[in-house]
Design a protein around this ligand. Structure first.
Ligand code: SF4
Length: 332
């Protein structure tokens, strides 16, 4: 389904400039942007994937990953096709870098009743890149909140978005997991076809706006397995706020990238450095609960035990604080 894009301007006669993400593609008649889902049709910019859903189902919120937001709950998760980055190691390339043959149509007004049917409160826009699904995500997140203010919306994103559309969307988003794929702008440009500063800006704006934010860094050999560079990232995050949860995730070969999976010893080394700066650090994709549990940064009490998606909430009060000392740990 095609609908008009919200963020673009006329560049020259019949030529448009998309203003949704920092690529700011210049679109000649009939041309599509880098994301492949926005097209100049007769002098208007259309989004081509509105309501196109590649996958829909219930997931543990920990799978997003979000460890400090409604722990132990399930969220209705859905995604589309298309992406504005070109990571050679993309773990979801079948939907991010191409249009799958089979798509379901899901409309924003259907989401509140789907939530009721599944008996859950949250929707996660995930799997591919929700930024290039912008109009659908905006309409859906509004519908979800208007139906019941206790419902919540979660975005799992690469954070490569311009400030104006981000701020509009944040009015309806309750939590975000943002990928910080490397802390080197040259690597962002060379391998991922993006840029570091806009992603840092999205993390900063999201945190400052009071929306819950967690950060994921997939550690990819040959791309960002550099402890000095990672330490710079950890320091930057802790300057923003020590309580931003960080997920260091293990890469496995995928798509056009064939380096072997990340060395677990390297992940542990990076974890130990990150712990010097940040209150909550986790290692993802290695399934070792030692690196998945949440401990209170104030009194050291174990708060949540995790074994994969098996969640055991040990010492959390109803406000999301540590039962032992009251330190705020999660958003409920
Ligand atoms: S959203 Fe797509 S068309 Fe728009 S600037 Fe980004 S990549 Fe280009």
């Amino acid at each position: 389904m095609k609908i008009n894009s919200l963020f673009y301007e006329e560049f020259k006669e019949d030529i448009l400039k998309c203003k949704l993400c920092p690529h700011e593609c210049i679109l000649y008649p009939n041309k599509k942007g880098i994301c492949d889902v926005r097209q100049n049709i007769k002098g208007e910019l259309y989004t081509l994937n509105y309501s196109d859903t590649t996958s829909i189902g219930l997931d543990p919120i920990e799978k997003k990953p979000l460890f400090h937001f409604h722990p132990g709950e399930k969220v209705l998760s859905l995604g589309t096709w298309g992406c504005n980055l070109k990571c050679p190691f993309c773990q979801n390339y079948e939907i991010s870098q191409m249009k799958p043959q089979f798509l379901k149509k899901v409309y924003p007004k259907a989401l509140p009743s789907l939530l009721e049917n599944y008996g859950v409160k949250g929707v996660a826009y995930t799997y591919s890149e929700p930024i290039v699904w912008y109009e659908f995500v905006l309409d859906s997140s509004r519908a979800v909140k208007y139906a019941d203010p206790n419902n919540y919306n979660v975005l799992v994103t690469n954070g490569y978005i311009n400030e104006k559309p981000l701020k509009l969307l944040l009015q309806y988003i309750d939590a975000m997991n943002i990928d910080l794929k490397t802390f080197d702008d040259k690597i962002y440009k060379k391998y991922l076809k993006g840029g570091l500063e806009p992603v840092k800006n999205s993390v900063k704006i999201t945190k400052e706006s009071g929306v819950h934010v967690e950060v994921t860094s997939l550690i990819v050999p040959g791309i960002n397995d550099d402890l000095e560079m990672l330490e710079k990232e950890f320091i930057w995050l802790s300057d923003l706020s020590k309580d931003i949860p960080l997920h260091l995730s293990r890469y496995y070969p995928a798509y056009n990238y064939t380096e072997p999976a990340t060395d677990v010893n390297f992940l542990v080394e990076a974890f130990n450095i990150a712990k010097k700066y940040l209150d909550y650090v986790y290692i993802g994709n290695i399934w070792d609960s030692k690196y998945e549990n949440t401990y209170c940064p104030n009194c050291g009490e174990v708060v949540i035990l995790r074994n994969g998606y098996d969640i055991d909430i040990k010492n959390l009060n109803s406000d999301g604080g540590c039962k032992n000392c009251g330190e705020k740990i999660v958003t409920m």
